[in-house]
Design a protein around this ligand. Structure first.
Ligand code: ATP
Ligand code: ATP
Ligand code: MG
Ligand code: MG
Lengths: 255, 255
């Protein structure tokens, strides 16, 4: 079956998009057909592949509000098995448009179910979420079966984890009983930093933390300015290698 | 007159809260009576002063939705002239509660105008915004006269600047004609990083960029875990000194 994984954390700047872009790319190069849904009005996952969201004809906004099908909006990337459903700035207004609809929390889920009935079959769908716990993120948590939580090992990020877990538990209890946390990916990790060690230890006591830890690596922040994931920009870099290792770990998980 | 400054950028993790906490503290030690309004449901600015938002009796949420006055919710800090109006987790739901109200965009402005009529007079009010361009941030932009934009010198953060400027221009044209950008504060700046130099150069061509650049400094990320701003945690640190310099620059601006 297709694995649908939301990449979520309401704390800003923890590496959600960097993880979504580089993990999706790393999974796709392992010959798995992969869709990356950019569900953030900022459109960073789209521009991480060189897609200019201002000029996009059809986006996930049109699937959410306008009734277009995901298969109509997805675009190919430089990586054979990887496709992107781009964001658009209109997503910023989607929250207020969704709130009046009966099915406001299940619109993305309905779109993904439709997508899964079509051909060709996809192996993985990743959803990059915005830094809030609003209706966009709720839609992603309802549509997904697993949540991957990127976490920067800093105090504010650790503090936000309980709010995120609370929201995941509420979605699981009401709208999506099969939702589980797949794991926590430690990002921008610097082992020389005491605080990082403490946060990592604390988190490992309560959650599954992936063995592949993503180091702080400047090549990861340079790659998006070239519209490429790190494995196309500099595959030997520590950042690209870390995401390839994370992909291997994810691929080994039996769903 | 009291200066009301919103600290806003929808890009996550660029240093909004770190700037709000440390700038407010640095302004207050210059003997200016200062209020920091925590307008982010994450409540990081509150916890940056050791305030646990889950246990807070009254918060900015009660001012926005419940009709409490800001003077009823503000709490003192270890710094004489500095007070915090704490956030609460309920703020996460405020967006959907505000949307039905006629005055949904001007609730915070009304509260601040009421606050300014009371005694004692305050010199500065800073508003820490969440990482979105939702009704909470709109309320802050309507209530403020100036916007201070923390910017991490990275590709995604630069890309988001035009969306932020567009929103500021729209608020200025419709709801708050006196709104201006006060300046851009470069945060987590590492001059050895080429991308950072390029982004800084690009931004300086279009906006006022404060001379005081905030370096990446681990003491800034450690301080919140002690519930203190950096100038109480380690005043000699490069981070604390950079925010004291930024405060001097802001104090010199004639409003
Ligand atoms: N491992 C890393 N090493 C170095 N830089 C990184 C790393 N991961 C992310 N970055 C950079 O840090 C910044 C924040 O990362 P990113 O934008 O992916 O986070 P996010 O959680 O998606 O942010 P938002 O909350 O705004 O959606 C970006 O400029 C990115 O390029
Ligand atoms: N100059 C700095 N040097 C080192 N670390 C910093 C610096 N500024 C901020 N940080 C750390 O980086 C992280 C992001 O900063 P912060 O939370 O202030 O950003 P933000 O824009 O308020 O995030 P959000 O979008 O979630 O509200 C925090 O863990 C903070 O401690
Ligand atoms: Mg992102
Ligand atoms: Mg913040």
């Amino acid at each position: 079956p297709t694995r649908v994984i939301a990449i979520a954390n309401q704390k800003g700047g923890v590496g959600k998009t960097t993880t979504a872009v580089n993990l999706a790319a790393s999974i796709a190069v392992a010959e798995k057909r992969t869709l990356l849904v950019d569900f953030d009005p900022q459109g960073n996952a789209s521009s991480g592949f060189g897609i200019r969201t201002q000029n996009v004809e059809k986006s996930v906004y049109d699937c959410l509000i306008g009734g277009a099908a995901l298969r109509d909006v997805l675009q190919p990337t430089e990586i054979g098995h990887l496709f992107v459903a781009p964001a658009s700035p209109h997503l910023a207004g989607a929250e207020l448009e969704l709130v009046e609809l009966e099915d406001r929390a299940t619109r993305l889920k309905a779109q993904i179910e439709l997508f899964l009935q079509g051909k060709p079959r996809f192996d993985y769908i990743f959803i990059d979420c915005p830094p809030t716990l609003n209706l966009l993120t709720i839609n992603a948590l309802v549509a997904a079966e697993r949540v991957l939580v990127p976490l920067q090992c800093e105090y504010y990020a650790l503090e936000g984890l309980s709010q995120l877990i609370g929201t995941i538990d509420r979605v699981k209890a009401t709208l999506n009983p099969k939702l589980e946390i797949d794991g926590i990916a430690l990002t921008m990790y610097d082992p020389r930093n005491n605080l990082a060690l403490q946060v990592a230890e604390e988190v490992k006591q309560h959650f599954r933390v992936y063995n592949s830890v993503i180091p702080r690596n400047v090549r990861l922040s340079e790659a998006p300015s070239h519209g490429k994931p790190a494995l196309l920009y500099d595959v030997q870099s520590r950042g690209a290698q870390a995401y390839l290792a994370l992909a291997r770990e994810i691929l080994q998980t039996k769903s």
